[in-house]
Design a binder for this molecule. Structure first.
Ligand code: SAH
Ligand code: SF4
Ligand code: F3S
Length: 433
């Protein structure tokens, strides 16, 4: 049995895809190892979304290349979004990479490995598919509390900064009953929570089933107690989806609602398809329909042409909307994107850094205040594992906030009632009731 070692970078979809890759390879008599030194095949499942994600993988490839000196037969492969995006660079002479396979080509991996072994040549598979959903591969989920389930793949939005439509291809959705079967199997394995995944998850559509109806179908599976989803786009929150979220106790009351920027001109050149006012109205509507909902967001600072005044508007919206937390990034120009072709990356690095620092500081304060407002409240917490201090466990609220508390009995997968006693910007501290 050949041993394969896989490292995963990037988003949850890549985590899930790594499980798919393992399932496919296991079906062809491959085994797995957690140690690169023991492996005969090394795969890096990569991300292209920002330059630093890139850089990390490039360094890692250079680093792992040394192992080839000890084991001349070692095969190294790059999977995922970078493979799709950087084919020529990666297959260069001294890079050390033998195989590259894009996100829709994982069923070809056994064949690619065999070909490289037999011929000693490099090989690649990068065709993006309009159909591939891996519906027929139910991956072996890593043991734990949460299991990922990709329900749709690809993105047709073409936000001008984003490489994902090029690396993941067009949108396609799985059959809802096939998704339900996979969730049923996961429940049978003891998973209590599933997170439905898609690059644009709430634009899911299969026949009569939109995302709201899909979530209802998934919630009918016995044993699954919590359903999460990521990442949605603000343009796809029809009333029936919000009503389903509000009324269905299994659907977690947390929405990640990526804003990206607060100024209308910037939003327009980003091709986000909403204005500041429309986004604010949506957030207000969600909060009215789903009391206590946790809202989180993504922000990009320093998009081409962003002025100081336009950035100030992002700060204003952040102050006004009071997200529970946010992922915040400096604009990073990506090859192939519309922005890289049309809008020069003209905000100086130092200005980007200053804007990011100010934004992070502001959001940190808001997150702290939001968390402090939970002191004295009670939450149902799903235990995930041990906490930092001995005797402590960490779990999550329905709104996805981490809670640390002391307990010597509770195990991962147990539910507990916890009263919040203290808070930081990232964590709640509580007492078991
Ligand atoms: N499908 C997801 C996006 C995945 S990328 C969605 O639409 O929410 C996650 C986040 O990375 C995006 O929301 C955006 O804030 C950020 N991002 C994407 N491309 C970027 C780029 N070129 N530079 C900086 N941040 C970027
Ligand atoms: Fe990228 Fe926009 Fe698609 Fe999200 S919605 S993956 S940011 S193009
Ligand atoms: Fe990265 Fe591709 Fe996911 S670019 S964020 S791994 S979709």
């Amino acid at each position: 049995m050949k041993k394969v070692y896989i490292e995963t970078y990037g988003c949850q979809m890549n985590e899930y895809d790594t499980e798919i890759v393992k399932t496919i390879l296991a079906g062809h008599q491959f085994g797995f190892t957690e140690v690169p030194e023991e492996a005969e095949v090394i795969f890096l499942n990569t991300c292209s979304v920002r330059e630093n994600a890139h850089q990390k993988v490039q360094n890692r490839i250079a680093n792992l290349k040394h192992l080839k000196r000890r084991n001349k037969k070692l095969i190294m492969g790059v999977l995922g979004c970078m493979a799709q995006n950087l084919r020529d660079e990666l297959l260069g002479d001294n890079v050390g990479v033998d195989i590259i396979a894009g996100p829709d080509s994982y069923k070809k991996l056994p064949e690619l490995i065999r070909h490289v072994e037999d011929s000693g040549e490099k090989d690649f598979a990068l065709t993006l598919s309009e159909f591939e959903t891996y519906s027929d591969v139910f991956p072996r989920a890593e043991a734990g509390i949460n299991a990922w389930v990709a329900v749709m793949r690809g993105c047709d939005n073409f936000c001008t900064f984003c490489v994902v439509p090029y690396t993941r291809g067009r949108e396609r959705s799985r059959d809802p009953f096939n998704v339900q079967d996979e969730v049923r199997q996961l429940a049978g394995q003891g998973f209590k929570q599933v997170t439905l995944l898609g690059q644009n998850v709430n634009s899911y559509r299969s026949g009569e089933y939109d995302f709201g109806r899909l979530m209802k179908l998934v919630s009918e599976v016995d044993g699954i107690e919590r359903i999460r989803f990521t990442s949605p786009h603000p343009k796809d929150f029809p009333e029936n989806l919000l009503q389903e979220m509000a009324g269905n106790p299994k659907i977690c009351k947390h929405i990640h609602l990526p804003l990206q920027a607060g100024n209308d001109r910037v939003l327009q050149v980003m091709n986000r398809t909403y204005t500041r006012r429309e986004f604010e109205n949506l957030a207000a509507h969600i909060r009215q329909l789903i009391p206590g909902v946790v809202l989180t967001t993504d922000i990009i600072v320093g998009f081409p042409g962003e002025t100081d005044a336009e950035f100030e508007e992002t700060l204003q919206v952040i102050r006004e909307l009071q997200f529970d937390s946010a992922f915040m990034f400096k604009y990073s120009e990506r090859k192939q994107t519309i922005a890289s072709r049309k809008y020069p990356d003209d905000v100086p690095e130092q200005v980007k850094s200053e804007r990011l620092d100010r934004l992070i500081e502001l959001q940190r304060l808001i997150s702290l205040l939001k968390n402090e407002a939970h002191i004295g409240q009670k939450f149902k917490v799903l235990v995930e594992g041990p906490g930092r201090k001995t005797g402590q466990v960490i779990g999550r609220t329905d709104g996805n906030k981490a809670v640390a508390f002391f307990s010597d009995k509770l195990l991962p997968g147990d539910f507990a009632e916890v009263a919040i006693q203290a808070a930081s910007a990232n964590t709640l501290m509580g007492e078991l009731l």
